[in-house]
Each structure stands twice: as structure tokens, then as C-alpha cells.
Ligand binder design. Structure first.
Ligand SMILES: *[C@@H]1O[C@H](CO)[C@@H](O)[C@H](O)[C@H]1NC(C)=O
Ligand SMILES: *[C@@H]1O[C@H](CO)[C@@H](O)[C@H](O)[C@H]1NC(C)=O
Ligand SMILES: *[C@@H]1O[C@H](CO)[C@@H](O)[C@H](O)[C@H]1NC(C)=O
Ligand SMILES: CC(=O)N[C@H]1CO[C@H](CO)[C@@H](O)[C@@H]1O
Length: 497
């Protein structure tokens, strides 16, 4: 009788051990397949239609992890041939045609079965903003032509639009903070919100506009410069402003137009350009300068005229000429004011400076966090080099070569006198094109926002699920162990009899 009682307990305990061991194995397998088996990658496509050219970006993320932070990576970039889409005013269909080959390249990379579910966007920036100011119907025609071309592709096309300057700044800020993992961190088994002080600001210099975006130390006193987000359960209040006509190309054109106008008194003489190297000489068509709404015509100018320009290589005079393109007097007597009467709280925290900030400083070898006086010296020395010497030193780079002096000095005037960075805050600026293998710009932030990939609320659900699997695993492990030990004990005493 006693024997069969012990036998039954023994068999029961073995049964429990087997069942609970099996359950534990299944849980481990579930966890492992989640981690090990890559869910099908998903893709998204964004066209960045800038004022001077268009780029395409393909982003990629694991299908089962879209709500995690920092898992979206850049899979491909493609530079569209030809000028920015805003240049196709006389032939809008060509604007659409120009985008085809990059999109075809993207579709080769993305598995065919996924094409229909690949969200595809086109965002255009200041070049189209200017065109829509100048001639709204031309801007609409171009967007319509572009949409018509892109909607013929087997992708999930979400449309082509002109981004507001404020969105361009805000999405750049989201991109850099997302890529750096500043919005959410995974640490010791859970998601945590990083401290606010870790957030970085974004400095973007496009062809036609420039953006500054950061979280200031104090409150933002002018609501028109504030954007607020709720990301992963935290609220962010970001200062952002976009200055139209302060992009690199527009500044260079405005500078030339200003110098040409100032020369009016001495008709016929060549324009002496302090930002071009000494010995540089060129004849430029004057008419094309006045196409832009950034440049105000004075009637007395004959626009069909060609302009003869001579470089003088004088960085001091170049800075004076660049300053004259800013309106600093409109900020006089106001405490938190940048230029052109725009409110700006004092810069705060680390900044990433990308796009033309990066390209210009990369050429000048100034992207390794050199101190301000080194940067100043380097730019001034470069400006003072004779054109002959510059030309032979950088063969094959003729296209922008004459402009690095002006854009280098412009960056210094903009950052120091415009945005009010100082010798003290200068080391907080990093000139960088990429972070974590992803180009810094507005495109990633734009796609994350539109596809709802950054949830407003915290990742509690994910955490709870992961936590309960983990707890259950431990419970079953203990149960298995107890049952096996129990069975062993019974067996031991039983065989003692
Ligand atoms: C805009 O462009 C169209 C065609 O290119 C032209 O017919 C029209 O007059 C322009 N409108 C303005 C306000 O310049
Ligand atoms: C600068 O801004 C002020 C105030 O907005 C304006 O009165 C002045 O005309 C501007 N100056 C120039 C040179 O544009
Ligand atoms: C940047 O560095 C490279 C390599 O050290 C050098 O050849 C080039 O002249 C430098 N460029 C400038 C603008 O100083
Ligand atoms: C900065 C920005 O434009 N954010 C937008 C993100 O998307 C939501 C809706 O999906 C908009 O309401 C926000 O304005």
C-alpha cells in the first residue's frame, strides 16, 4: 500500500517536472525566435527635393521592432541627376522624369513582394517655398507632375509636398536625437527616457534656407518659434526657426547682387569681389541672379548685361559685405533676438551642424572640433590664397572652389553674430554629415513622424510582455527543479525501504 502511494507521488512529480520543463523549453524557443529569426525587414523611401538637387533615401527596419528607438537605419542613398525640382518651371514633366532612375535603383534593393507596402514620400524645401512665393501655379504644376510620375510606381506613394520651414527644422531635430538614441535608451532591461540635458540641437544649412533647432534652458517666449512633440511618453518643447534666403546659394547670389548694385556709381568697371581669391576673374550673366525672390531689383539695373567680377581675396571686406546681408539693427535693444527681428533664446547644449555647414568645413579640414581661433585663421588664410594656387591645389573641384572662402566666412558670421555662439559655446558644435551610419537631415524624422513610428506613449506594453515571459520562465524553472528534487527524494527513501 505504502509503496504504491510513494510510487504515485513519484510518477506525479516526474510528470510535473516533464510538463514544466517542456513549458520552459517552449518559452525559451518563443523568446529565441523573437530575437534570432529576423522578421522581414520593412522599408521606407523619402525624396529630399532641395533647391539645388534632389536626393533619395531608403530606410530599413526589422518588421517586429518598429516601435523601438534607433532601429531604423539607412539602406541606400541616391543622388538624382540634374538640378532641384524648382528649376523645371518650363517643363514640369521633366522634374518627374528626373526622379525615375533613383527610384528604380531603390526598388532593386527592396524585395518585390514588399513594394506595395513601402511608404514613399517626396518633401521639397526652400527652393520650392521660394518658387511658390514667386509663382504659385508653377510650383503646383511641378508637384503635380512629380506626383503623377511617382504614383505610377508599385509603391505606397503618400504624396509630394512643400515642407514648412518650421517642420524642416523640427524633423532635423528629431532625426539627430533619434539616431543618437537621445529620445529613449534601453538600459538594464528596461526603456528609460534620457535626461533632458543630453538632447542635441540641429544646425542645417541648405541651398536656400538655414534652420536652427534646440531645447533652450529657459522658456520659449515667442510661440511662433516653438514646436512641441510627445514622443515615447515625454513632452518636448523645441525652439526652431528657418531663415529663408539665408541658405548658402542664396547668400552667395545676394552677395554678388549687393556688390553689383554698390558698383552702380562706377558704371562699366568690374565688380571687385572681396570673397573671391585674388587673380580670379569671370564674366557672369546678371539676369539669372534676379530670378530669385530673395533679391530685390532696383530698376536702374540693366538685367541683360553681363557682369565682370574680379576677386580681391580680402576676408575682412568679405565679412563686412556678408554682414550687410543681415539685419542686425532690427534686434537692437532686444534681449533674446538673433537677426532680422527673430526671437531666439541663448543657444544651449551640444549641436550637430550638417549639410552645407559640414560640406564647407569638410573641404577646409575643420571638422575635428578645432578651437575657434584656429578655424578663423584657417578660413582667412584660405581666402588670402591666390586663385592660381587654389586652382592647382584642388584639381577636379572647380565647381564650388571659388565659393569656399565666402561660405566659410558666412558660416562664421551666421553662427557667431547671427545665432550668438561664443568662444565658450563654440566647442559644443560638431560638424558632421552622419551619425550612426545615417545622414543627418530632416528626411528620417519626417518619415518617422508620418508613419507614426515614434509612439506618443511609453513602451510599457513591450516591457510588460517581455517581463511576464521572463517571470513565467523563472517560475517554470523553479517548478521543474522542485519536482525533480521531490521525485529524487521519494525515490531515495523508497529504495531505502
Ligand atoms: C506663372 O507662370 C505661368 C506659366 O509659367 C505664367 O503664365 C503666369 O503669368 C505666371 N504668374 C505670375 C504671377 O508670374
Ligand atoms: C531692418 O529691420 C528694421 C525693422 O524691422 C527695418 O525698419 C529696416 O528697414 C531694416 N533694414 C534693412 C536694411 O532692411
Ligand atoms: C585638407 O587636408 C588635406 C590632407 O591633409 C590637404 O591636402 C588639403 O590641402 C587640406 N585642405 C585645406 C583647404 O586646407
Ligand atoms: C513636427 C510635426 O509636424 N509633427 C507632426 C507629426 O505627425 C502628427 C500626426 O501624425 C502631427 O500632428 C504632427 O504635427
Amino acid at each position: 500500500m505504502g509503496r504504491s502511494w510513494k510510487e504515485r507521488v513519484f510518477m506525479t512529480l516526474l510528470g510535473v517536472a516533464a510538463a514544466s520543463g517542456l513549458t520552459m523549453l517552449i518559452l525559451i524557443l518563443v523568446k529565441a525566435t523573437n530575437v534570432l529569426l529576423p522578421a522581414d525587414a520593412k522599408f521606407g523611401i523619402v525624396f529630399d527635393a532641395g533647391s539645388s538637387h534632389t536626393s533619395l533615401f531608403v530606410y530599413q527596419w526589422p518588421g517586429n521592432k518598429e516601435k523601438d528607438t534607433g532601429v531604423v537605419s539607412q539602406a541606400l542613398t541616391c543622388q538624382v541627376e540634374g538640378p532641384g525640382i524648382s528649376s523645371y518651371t518650363s517643363d514640369p514633366t521633366q522634374a518627374g522624369e528626373s526622379l525615375k532612375s533613383c527610384l528604380e535603383e531603390a526598388l532593386v534593393l527592396i524585395p518585390q513582394a514588399q513594394h506595395p507596402e513601402t511608404p514613399t514620400f517626396l518633401g521639397s524645401t526652400a527652393g520650392m517655398r521660394l518658387l511658390s512665393q514667386k509663382n504659385g501655379s508653377q510650383a503646383r504644376d511641378i508637384l503635380a507632375a512629380v506626383s503623377q510620375t511617382l504614383s505610377k510606381f508599385p509603391v505606397d506613394f503618400w504624396g509630394a509636398k512643400i515642407l514648412a520651414g518650421q517642420d524642416e527644422g523640427a524633423f532635423g531635430w528629431i532625426t539627430i536625437n533619434y539616431v543618437l538614441g537621445m529620445l529613449l535608451k534601453y538600459s538594464s532591461g528596461q526603456w528609460i527616457l534620457p535626461e533632458e540635458g543630453m538632447l542635441v540641437g540641429a544646425l542645417d544649412l541648405g541651398g536656400a534656407s538655414t534652420q536652427i533647432s534646440f531645447v533652450p534652458q529657459g522658456p520659449i517666449l515667442d510661440q511662433s518659434t516653438q514646436v512641441t512633440f510627445r514622443l515615447y511618453g515625454a513632452n518636448y518643447s523645441v525652439y526652431t526657426h528657418s531663415y529663408l534666403c539665408f541658405g548658402r546659394d542664396q547668400i552667395l547670389n545676394r552677395l554678388l547682387a549687393k556688390l553689383a548694385q554698390d558698383r552702380l556709381s562706377s558704371q562699366g568697371a568690374p565688380v571687385r569681389h572681396p570673397c573671391y581669391h585674388s587673380g580670379y576673374q569671370a564674366t557672369l550673366p546678371l539676369g539669372s541672379l534676379y530670378d530669385s525672390p530673395c533679391i530685390h531689383t532696383t530698376d536702374s539695373l540693366n538685367h541683360t548685361q553681363n557682369l565682370t567680377v574680379e576677386g580681391t581675396g580680402n576676408p575682412g571686406n568679405c565679412v563686412v559685405a556678408l554682414r550687410s546681408l543681415f539685419n542686425f539693427s532690427s534686434c537692437e535693444g532686444q534681449e533674446h533676438c538673433a537677426f532680422n527681428g527673430v526671437y531666439q533664446p541663448p543657444v544651449h547644449g551640444q549641436f550637430y551642424a550638417f549639410s552645407n555647414f559640414y560640406y564647407t568645413f569638410h573641404f577646409l579640414n575643420l571638422t575635428s572640433r578645432q578651437p575657434l581661433n584656429t578655424v578663423n585663421d584657417t578660413v582667412w588664410k584660405f581666402c588670402q590664397k591666390p586663385w592660381k594656387l587654389v586652382e592647382v591645389s584642388y584639381p577636379g573641384q572647380e565647381r564650388w572652389l571659388r565659393d569656399y572662402c565666402a561660405s566659410g566666412l558666412y558660416i562664421l558670421v551666421l553662427l557667431l553674430e547671427g545665432y550668438k555662439f561664443s568662444e565658450e559655446t563654440w566647442p559644443n558644435i560638431q560638424f558632421q554629415k552622419q551619425a550612426g551610419g545615417t545622414d543627418i537631415g530632416w528626411t528620417l524624422g519626417f518619415m518617422l513622424n508620418l508613419t507614426g513610428m515614434i509612439p506618443a506613449e511609453a513602451l510599457t506594453q513591450w516591457r510588460a510582455q517581455s517581463y511576464s515571459i521572463w517571470t513565467a520562465g523563472v517560475v517554470f524553472a523553479v517548478l521543474t527543479l522542485v519536482a525533480i528534487l521531490g521525485a529524487a527524494a521519494i525515490h531515495f527513501f523508497w529504495t531505502q525501504d
